[in-house]
Design a protein around this ligand. Structure first.
Ligand code: FEO
Ligand code: CA
Ligand code: CA
Length: 694
């Protein structure tokens, strides 16, 4: 292995990340998950059914003083000035009341639209930065839609960019990490019908269009605009695919459930798939979450009987040999056939750590973080410097998790820090409302106390190789984490996607995209609407504002939908002034602590987009649409650069509308004319180089 390339400081603000979805999106994103049965059939209570927690909300709020928080806190925690006790409201808005960080959001919101364009506010410009098929590695050919090959795609920017992370290399250069979540073969190839009828070359192209990319970018002059470096050495550039050798670490590595014929030691998995959102670490690596891995496998009915309940719990069909939506990777990689390699499926669904500064490094699947359909993996630091990773499991009625490391982060001690995600405790969240269950009727009508709020606990599932779940070993808890969380009594949520921590206040935000299957009887204070079409955002204030706390207060600052709809709530802000938002997915914070929200599946009839909302001060709840993306696309990323002069947004699956295809494209973004649509990461900047929103 070559000497690692110079490591640069990374931004303290983490990036991150992900209704009216088309049938194509449902098919290719998650194998028509919405049309299938809910995988969580556990008898786990909805919290309208449960007895109130022993810890009352008041008890949580009294719990402690506030201190330093978020990345970088370890170095300063000891010297932190004691902060005021939490205000009675219990919201994160109260955590930094007098803090003088400008929130600066002076732009005119973009109107809802169905235009096939990336539309930004007046005085801003946008341009694609990296498109599907753009050359990444040396020798990569220029993109040629009509003459695609797997060999070319393996060196080119992959399909469906999702999570984006930004790593500055000084003022003028930077690295972007980009997840390539999945492929849309119907849009990629003429005449594609399904994986069984596809050519082997098409399957191989789709395979290597998954994974991730490291790309070097350069600033244009002194502006907030960036472009792909296309000349000269690009020594960090890298493609990671489902064929990239990786390794397992942590308590489940080497366990029987991870062993296969090709890897009898159970330590060297190959590749990653369906990487959705993610996060960055204080030591400058990327965490990338494998999401809907389940629908890449065939022959579930031929899997061992004892395995079938676990397959079902993870949404792998135990009845359909070849699911309708299968890409048939098994035709080119036999390991995707459960009849032949039943444990291979256990080797996906992990958080993968990747070092973007070392192109020769082996990506690591960190088993201590559990196996889910992972969305994001956002890192923060506890007051004592331990590393905390917040994670969502994006499916209907799934759970919110966090991992707390055993040992603290030590700035500059790279070897030590690289071990932190292998030893610690994995928790799952239980949310309890403070209003009587009878006041939550599923309509979204607020309870008598006027707020959807309450307290919560982080329930430990496993610590190192010690299981906290009766009847399950530590390895079983980590490989079948959903089953362990069922037994622990976690709260079933409305599709937990991204989870992000505010760098200014320490509040933790959970995007709950939607859940069309929740019934009125299943409504609870944390998921208060039945047939939740538009989703909501939940805010957690950890006890003592310490990320390692095991109890917390929570509330819903944002209940999405048409502001004229009585069931919506914009943190009490005047709803005649806000932009309508639907289906929050990926979250990010800028340096001022404003919450950026990308949407996926706007069910209000307009295209998806990127929104921004202050979460403290007089403008808490003043949500505005910053940009609108092209037809058929979902907005991902997003990242605001540390200097606040650039916003990066990943436009995933433009043109993915029912009936569309290469012979009848519904979008021509980003290349225009009669071109085929191409997923692309775009950059937005102020025409005068000002800070975003100023
Ligand atoms: Fe890949 Fe949960 O969105
Ligand atoms: Ca997402
Ligand atoms: Ca309440």
């Amino acid at each position: 292995m070559s000497t690692p390339l110079p490591r640069r400081p990374i931004p303290l603000i983490d990036s991150s990340h992900k209704g009216g979805r088309s049938a194509l999106t449902c098919r290719f994103r998650c194998g028509n998950q919405c049309a299938h049965e809910v995988a969580n059939t556990s008898g786990n209570p909805y919290f309208g059914d449960v007895v109130a927690e022993a810890i009352s909300r008041r008890g949580v709020l009294r719990a402690g003083a506030l201190g330093a928080l978020a990345l970088g806190a370890a170095a300063t925690a000891a010297a932190a000035t004691p902060a005021p006790a939490l205000a009675a409201s219990g919201t994160a808005a109260a955590l930094a009341p007098g803090l003088d960080v400008p929130q600066s959001l002076g732009f005119t919101p973009v109107e809802p639209t169905t235009a096939d364009a990336l539309i930004v506010p007046e005085d801003y410009e946008a341009a694609p930065l990296a498109r599907w098929g753009d050359p990444v590695l040396p020798g990569a050919p220029a993109f040629d839609f009509e003459n695609q090959t797997a060999a070319a795609q393996a060196k080119q920017f992959g399909y469906n960019n999702d999570f984006v992370a930004f790593f500055p290399l000084g003022q003028q250069r930077a690295l972007l990490w980009v997840n390539h979540e999945h492929t849309d073969e119907v849009l990629m190839f003429h005449g594609y019908t399904n994986g069984t009828a596809a050519t082997e070359e098409q399957i191989k192209i789709g395979l290597v269009a998954h994974g991730g990319s490291v790309i070097e970018i350069e600033r244009v002059g002194r502006s907030g605009r960036w472009k792909l470096v296309t000349q000269g050495p690009r020594r960090y550039n890298r493609r990671i695919t489902p064929l990239t050798p990786m390794r397992f670490t942590g308590p489940a590595a080497g366990g029987d459930l991870l062993k296969t014929a090709a890897d009898p030691a159970g330590t060297t998995p190959i590749g990653m798939i369906n990487n959705c959102a993610g996060g960055t670490t204080p030591w400058g690596t990327v965490l990338s979450g494998e999401e809907n891995f389940n629908y890449y496998f065939v022959n579930g009915p031929s899997a061992p009987e004892a395995q079938k309940p676990f397959l079902a719990r993870y949404g792998v069909s135990p009845t359909a040999a070849i699911p309708d939506d299968s890409r048939r990777f098994d035709r080119v990689e036999e390991r995707f056939d459960l009849a032949k390699h039943p444990n291979e499926v256990n080797r996906f669904g992990w958080v993968v750590e990747i070092d973007p500064f070392d192109p020769d490094s082996v990506p690591v699947k960190r088993t201590a973080l559990g196996r889910l359909t992972h969305e994001g993996a956002t890192t923060s630091l506890a007051k004592d410097g331990r590393v905390v990773v917040y994670m969502g499991d994006d499916a209907r009625f799934e759970y919110v998790y966090k991992f707390v490391s055993k040992k603290p982060y030590i700035p500059g001690s790279d070897r030590h820090n690289r071990t932190l995600l292998d030893e610690g405790t994995l928790y799952v969240a239980k949310f309890t409302g403070d209003s009587p269950a009878t006041e939550i009727d599923g309509s979204g009508k607020p309870p008598a106390d006027g707020r959807f709020d309450g307290s919560g606990t982080w329930i430990p599932l496993v610590t190192g190789d010690v299981s906290h779940v009766a009847g399950m070993t530590a390895q079983e808890v980590l490989v079948y984490t959903r089953v362990a969380a069922d037994k622990a009594g976690a709260t079933k949520m409305d599709r937990p996607e991204d989870v992000e921590r505010n760098p200014i206040t320490g509040g933790v935000y959970v995007a709950l995209t939607k859940n069309d299957r929740r019934t009125p009887a299943q409504a609870d204070e944390a998921n208060p609407r039945a047939v939740n079409k538009h989703g909501h955002v939940l805010e957690i204030v950890e006890r003592g504002n310490d990320a390692a706390a095991t109890t917390f207060a929570w509330s819903l600052p944002l209940v999405c939908g048409d502001p004229a709809d009585a069931s919506t709530y914009y943190a009490g802000f005047d709803k005649t002034k806000v932009s309508a938002i639907s289906c929050p997915d990926n979250l990010a914070f800028d340096a001022a602590g404003n919450l950026w929200i990308a949407t996926d599946g706007n069910a209000l009839g307009a295209n998806d987009g990127l929104f921004v909302m202050p979460v403290r001060g007089d403008e808490r709840g003043y949500l505005r649409r910053f940009l609108s993306i092209p037809i058929g696309a979902e907005a991902c990323g997003p990242v605001v650069s540390p200097d606040q002069r650039s916003v990066f947004v990943a436009v995933q699956h433009p043109g993915e509308t029912d009936g569309a295809g290469p012979d009848k494209p519904s979008s021509h973004w980003p290349d225009g004319g009669s071109s085929q649509p191409r997923p692309a990461v775009a950059v937005v900047w102020h025409t005068e180089g000002k800070r975003i929103g100023s």
